[in-house]
Design a protein around this ligand. Sequence first.
Ligand code: PMP
Length: 434
Amino acid sequence: MDRKEIIRKKQEFVYPATSNYYADPLPIERGEMQHVWDVEGRKYLDFFGGIVTVGVGHANPRITAPVKAQMDKLGHTSTLYPHQTMVELAEKIAQITPGRISKSFFTASGTEANETAIQSARMHTGNTEIVVLRHSYSGRSSLTRSMGGISAWRKANYEVGIVHTMSPYCYRCPIGLKYPSCEIACAKDIENVIQSSTSGAIAGMLAEPIQGVGGYIVPPKEFFKIAFKIVKEYGGDFISDEVQTGWGRTGKKWFGIEHWEVEPDIITGAKSLGNGYPIGLTAATPEIANAYEGPTISTFGGNPIAMVTAKAVIDLIEEDDLITNCDVVGGYLQEKLKELQEKYPCIGEVRGMGLMQAIELVTDPVTKEPATALAVEVMEAARERGLLIGKGGVYNNVLRMAPPMNISKSDVDEAAAILSESFAAVMAATYATA
Ligand code: PMP
């Protein structure tokens, strides 16, 4: 099919709500490590990996070879039967996850991973209420949608017993304070939220260590320590949603929450754990895992193909020391983005950790008016020049970058040059029409 036919058939046969990232949709045909090609043969440097998903490169033969072999042998068991591939992966996860986390439950998506985490915390604590952060994204199910902290993505709050506390969004502090003189008032307020809006006994708090869809919001280093202490005081389990931040992407550590020196009770994973193959992971301490009563079956959870994929991904990250690469190349990407910020005052903030970096665009760096239209224009201009990046944030004015974890500094140079050209072109067009 050519691109016109793909787009026409998508309009005719696919739910319209499935997004088209660009005004002129971009049907991708194939990929090779950090590059993808569209159906017309145009090559792109992929700095978003289909939302932080292709962690170790498109069609990486070190992943596809063992997966193909497993497909030829046995494709499916579900969680019904024990399988070597499942226990091997679970053992590996127990070795690298923080604290006392040592038991895994496998599903097929991040949504299910978070659902399982909440159900586990509820069964373990006997409480039902959940604390989440504003600006968060947890999934598409009724429960996880209700947990979402942006109304445009949540649409409706279906579930009761979920309370939203302030996001540690220092660039736009919700209470107008400045770090560090704020003394992390946003974290301390979690106690007020629990006291005023719950029964006083919670099942737990679920949070992303760096908010992903919310626009790569990096909290002050004290935030999660304070949050964790409050959650414990009110009887809850602490759940770290590592769907975007897991597996070394943030540099130095396997998991985002480890940067904040908190030992979570549960972590959830998905996305880059499968490098494009669907997988969801809920990993918990023995007491929490033992308290989970089911449903006990996830049809696709724990299937050997997903298990082999995820084990190959983790092994590759370890063998090639990609955690260090994320730290070094991610730091370099941040430097390049800061150079860009000096040239373009519309870049209000550069933030992120490792290979999870974002720029927040504003019409004026003093008033910080969100530049939503500009974000779209820059993203489109970058695509025209062969670079794919992401977008997000509460005001949809944040450009997000999360390339495969094995890119090099020369890829960053190429991306930075394209971004610079894109900003220049968009600015020139704005002045020409002003
Ligand atoms: N948690 C986070 C932090 C996410 O970013 C996402 C997906 N964007 C999810 C959960 C849901 O994952 P999935 O789309 O695989 O259900």
